[in-house]
Design a protein around this ligand. Structure first.
Ligand code: UT7
Length: 332
């Protein structure tokens, strides 16, 4: 085993300016602000608008923000990994579009589709490239334009999702900072409860798939809710146990933002005081692969070098996982 760890050395983010509030949704489906806030904690989301703008636009903006904040030359970037379920096209991948749009023209890249666990899967994949010693600067992006696959006639899902992107820079560290360990899991039997059925090889696009609204995200909310709490708690418990840590040793939990009540249940079951659980769901809703880096960007100024942090997520697949990070710099 090498003694190189993958340290997070910077964070960037992008949220589109246009807001979709609960009051806006009240005009589109039969719902109300009180129900949405009490059942999900969400007050508004961001929606990407504009001709020719898609997930890679947001990803590239987050990367440009990251490069600027860290003073990094885009030509020094070796690899871009993008967690997303809403790539610009079925192929080619979105990571390469982000690369060209952000000037990272010496890099290669690829996408990871793990739904709401996309960022946790991607950051662990990126860390492997750093730990081998071969790659020096890896950018991990979480970006999703959920408004492109949300059915705005389905009140149980359209209230949840928004658009955003976040990005982190991974660099080698020999003092032990960075990604320490992770538990990543998947259970394909969850496919029926959270999916987008049409447009893949199983059900190519046809008039029928459009008529049946099969190009939109589908979710059985109650089933997913229960699995999400169970998955995030079990992965985090195993992770702490494997590293001889207790809940009180952890400074910050950065969870995937799916539902305020899920986050409160996880905190409660893990004995994490809510002040340690970073939550910004009220402003952005569930932005799928983007939630964790977006949340890290928002709370970056609170982080201190040496802080212990757990990133945890659950999503379609089912996929889930938790990652232990030792923070590498004092937030600014
Ligand atoms: O990020 C990936 C993973 N995703 C998640 O983790 C999401 C997990 N699930 C959830 O967050 C929640 O299940 C939802 C927010 C989707 C739904 O909340 P819930 O408390 O589980 O509601 P429910 O599905 O049990 O529905 C309760 C009631 C139903 O009415 P009846 O059958 O009791 O008369 C729904 O029709 O609430 C109704 N309802 C709504 N009412 C007003 C569902 N959506 C709405 C709405 N406004 N938008």
């Amino acid at each position: 085993m090498s003694n190189i760890t993958a340290a997070i050395t910077g964070i960037g983010s992008y949220t589109p300016p246009d807001k979709l509030t609960n009051a806006d949704l009240e005009k589109m489906v039969e719902t109300n602000h009180e129900w949405i806030v009490s059942r999900t904690g969400i007050e508004e989301r961001r929606i990407l608008k504009g001709e020719g703008k898609a997930t890679s636009f947001m990803g590239a903006e987050a990367v440009k923000n990251l490069l600027e904040k860290t003073g990094t030359d885009p030509l020094d970037i070796d690899l871009i990994i993008c967690g997303t379920v809403t790539g610009d096209m079925v192929f080619p991948d979105t990571a390469n579009q982000i690369g060209i749009k952000s000037g990272c023209t010496n890099s290669f890249g690829f996408d990871i589709n793990a739904a709401c666990s996309g960022f946790v899967y991607s950051i662990n994949t990126g860390a492997q490239f750093i730990e081998t010693g071969k790659y020096k600067k890896v950018i991990v992006v979480g970006a999703d334009m959920m408004s492109s696959i949300v059915d705005y006639e389905d009140r149980a899902t359209c209230i949840l999702f928004g658009d955003a992107a976040g990005a982190v820079l991974l660099e080698p560290n020999e003092e032990g900072y960075g990604i320490q360990d992770s538990i990543l899991r998947a259970d394909g039997s969850g496919v029926d409860y959270l999916n987008l059925k049409a447009g893949g090889s199983l059900m190519p696009a046809s008039h029928e798939t459009v008529d049946k609204r099969l190009h939109y995200a589908y979710q059985e909310g109650r089933v997913v809710f229960k699995h999400a709490v169970k998955g995030m708690v079990s992965a985090t418990k195993d992770l702490l146990k494997n590293n001889n840590l207790k809940s009180e040793d952890i400074d910050w939990i950065v969870p995937h933002q799916a539902n305020q009540r899920i986050l409160e249940s996880v905190a409660n079951m893990m004995d994490f005081p809510l002040e340690k659980v970073l939550i910004n769901i009220a402003k952005y809703g569930n932005t799928t692969s983007a939630t964790i880096p977006l949340c890290m960007a928002e709370f970056e100024s609170r982080f201190k070098k040496g802080d212990k942090m757990v990133l945890t997520a659950f999503g379609g697949g089912f996929t889930w996982g938790s990652t232990l990070v030792t923070w590498a710099y004092d937030g600014k």
